[in-house]
Ligand binder design. Structure first.
Ligand code: NAP
Length: 310
């Protein structure tokens, strides 16, 4: 496949978008931001060299016009926009786009179909199924459309800033740990997610029609607590909770249609003893896409500095 140079980003005005666009620009891609014509996002603040195209997301023709001339479309739409990606995929095919990256960027959704957390993620799972179907259909027509999905684990810096990842409370100087706290999970900083997407687009052949997983690092709750204690030179007394209790609470909420269940189920998915949802080296795409791991100590230190805790 010839190289990818021009990228349209859908939903770039949110939490992930700015860091992702920044990394795409740094990697030398030309970027266009596609936003909803009825967007209520307050502070898009796109860089001056990123043209902005407001578009009606319900219109294949309008999206096709916005995508024409782009080699790739990267979608970082938030949860309410997940279903709208099907129209965007049809438009991308019609516009001759060669790579579509759907809004995944979390847990490995190919592995949770039919589970309670998978029920919350049905929209995302359905979009990747849809992409597989489109490639099968378009492949027969000899068109060069392809996709890549990417699981990045937790957004590390974003999650620390908002909630201490549910583990560390800087305000109370305490920690909350599920089960033994030794289970490893994986996480990526927002900038690393952007570098991963750039890496995928720089390796179009190796990444075509694949669902990949990448990370800044693997980490356990206990390792996070130990790093915070070492860096702040203070003790963070630990409260322990059982994953079985959290899972039950999440499932009760889910049965009542309360999607805040996601946070409970996500914590169990990552941190319950025996969950097995870390990212071993042999399953990581970091090597294939040319993205080095990051230093977890430096990432925690930079969070503590942002919070004025150092
Ligand atoms: N791994 C993690 O820890 C983690 C954490 C957070 C998010 N994520 C994932 O990362 C991806 C991006 O999340 P985010 O938090 O950056 O998203 P977000 O900030 O909630 O939303 C991103 C953009 O999506 C667009 N959007 C909102 N509603 C829409 C709708 N109904 N239809 C179409 N577009 C709509 C908006 O852009 P415009 O107004 O400009 O159109 C918005 O600024 C998602 O897949 C999310 O699940 C992962």
């Amino acid at each position: 496949m010839t190289s990818i140079k021009t990228v349209a980003v859908l939903g770039g005005s949110g939490n992930l978008g700015p860091a992702l666009i920044n990394e795409l620009l740094s990697a030398g891609f030309s970027v266009t931001a596609v936003t909803r014509s009825n967007s209520d996002s307050t502070t898009p603040n796109f860089p001056a060299n990123v043209p902005v195209k407001p578009v009606d997301y319900a219109s294949v023709d309008a999206l096709k016009a916005a995508f024409t001339g782009h080699d790739a479309v990267v979608s970082v739409v938030g949860a309410p926009g997940v279903p709208a990606q099907r129209v965007a995929i049809d438009a991308a095919v019609a516009a001759g786009v060669r790579r579509f990256i759907p809004s995944e960027f979390g847990i490995h959704t190919r592995r949770v179909r039919g589970t309670p957390i998978g029920r919350i993620l049905e929209g995302k799972i359905g979009v990747v199924d849809y992409l597989e179907g489109v490639v099968e259909r378009e492949g027969e027509k000899g068109r060069g459309f392809s996709w890549t999905g990417v699981s990045t684990g937790l957004f590390f810096d974003w999650g620390l800033d908002r909630t201490g990842l549910g583990v560390i409370s800087l305000k109370d100087r305490t920690a909350t740990v599920i089960d033994s706290g030794d289970e490893k999970w994986y996480a990526s900083t927002l900038a690393q997610v952007g570098r991963a997407v750039a890496g995928i687009l720089k390796h179009p052949d190796e990444t075509a029609n694949k669902y990949l997983a990448t990370a800044s690092f693997n980490l356990s709750q206990n390792e996070l607590v130990a790093l915070v204690e070492e860096l702040t030179r203070s003790k963070f007394p630990v409260t322990r909770i059982k994953s079985a209790d959290l899972q039950r609470e999440g499932e009760v909420k889910l049965a009542a249609g309360d999607y805040s269940a996601f946070v409970d189920l996500l914590r169990v998915h990552n941190s319950a003893d025996g969950a097995g949802n870390g990212l071993p080296e042999e399953e990581s795409a970091n090597g294939v896409i040319g993205v080095p791991y990051e230093d977890v100590r430096a990432a925690v230190e930079s969070w503590l500095r942002r919070e004025g805790a150092l």
